[in-house]
Design a protein around this ligand. Structure first.
Ligand code: PGA
Length: 259
């Protein structure tokens, strides 16, 4: 079984005060990690600060975004080399909030995906459908469009090797509603089959996360599923005590699967 990756997406939340108050809990997470790997995605400005506390632990850093340019006159942007410089390992791209509020389209997201791979970091590519698209049974089409835009730009399916695809139905994010596990399974299998049709070998090196209103009370729906290799967690990751409960539950489950 692959190691499980739980990504804590803080979005536009947090402060020095918040981090300082919670730093003992953040460091404590490491004590519980045997089968899981945790990656924290605070806003850019706190990445470096948090990094000093998580060095030599199984906790790593995820950035919530990256620019496609490497340097120059791009006010307000942060480059991949800067993120590498401060020890970032993963970068979330294609999150529905960036698509919606920052007009990021599939071409830009594809460029980011390829840039991240070329620079040796790991993209967490978020894909998923809106409520409306689900109603019209467009989930597969929407998700494959995203994959295709990357394939088209890179012209090489191997670009997906050692990457993470986070299936996040947009209607489930922050809504308290989770996706039906059979539907999650179907879409993950569909994507796996699609990528396998280009190259069977790489599919074992693609991780699939689920994201969208995951919490302690509903996590059981997603455990014991070999096709889910981790979670992308928003709201609960800001309540460190609750987040630890969640991590412990996942660890316990993975432990019983191993023994
Ligand atoms: P949520 O956010 O857990 O609050 O639904 C998930 C996400 O947006 O990645």
């Amino acid at each position: 079984m692959k190691k499980f990756l739980i990504t804590a997406n803080w979005k536009l939340n947090g402060s020095y005060n918040f981090i300082n108050k919670n730093i003992d809990l953040i460091k404590k997470i490491n004590d519980y990690l045997h089968f899981c790997h945790i990656s924290l995605a605070p806003p850019y400005v706190y990445l470096n600060y948090i990094n000093q506390f998580i060095k030599n632990t199984s906790i790593s850093l995820t950035a919530q975004n990256v620019d496609i340019h490497l340097k120059g006159s791009f006010t307000g942007e942060t480059s991949i080399n800067m993120l590498k410089d401060i020890g970032v390992k993963y970068i979330i791209i294609g999150h529905s909030e960036r698509r919606l509020y920052h007009n990021e389209n599939i071409n830009l997201i594809a460029k980011k995906f390829i840039l991240i791979k070329e620079h040796g970091l790991i993209p967490i590519l978020c894909i998923g459908e809106t409520k409306e698209q689900k109603k019209y049974k467009l989930t597969e089409k929407i998700c494959i469009n995203q994959i295709n835009s990357i394939l088209k730009l890179s012209n090489n399916v191997n670009i997906f090797e050692n990457t993470i695809i986070a299936y996040e139905p947009i209607w489930a994010i922050g809504s308290g509603k989770i996706a039906n596990i059979d539907e999650v399974k179907n879409i993950i299998f569909f994507i796996r089959k699609y990528i396998s049709s280009f190259n069977k070998k790489i599919i074992e090196n693609i991780y699939f996360q689920y994201g969208g209103s995951v919490d302690y009370s509903n996590i059981d729906n997603f455990l014991n599923k070999t096709y889910i290799n981790g979670f992308l967690i928003g709201k609960v990751s800001l309540k460190l005590k609750n987040f630890i409960f969640l991590v412990k539950k996942i660890e316990k489950n993975l432990n019983s699967n191993w023994s």
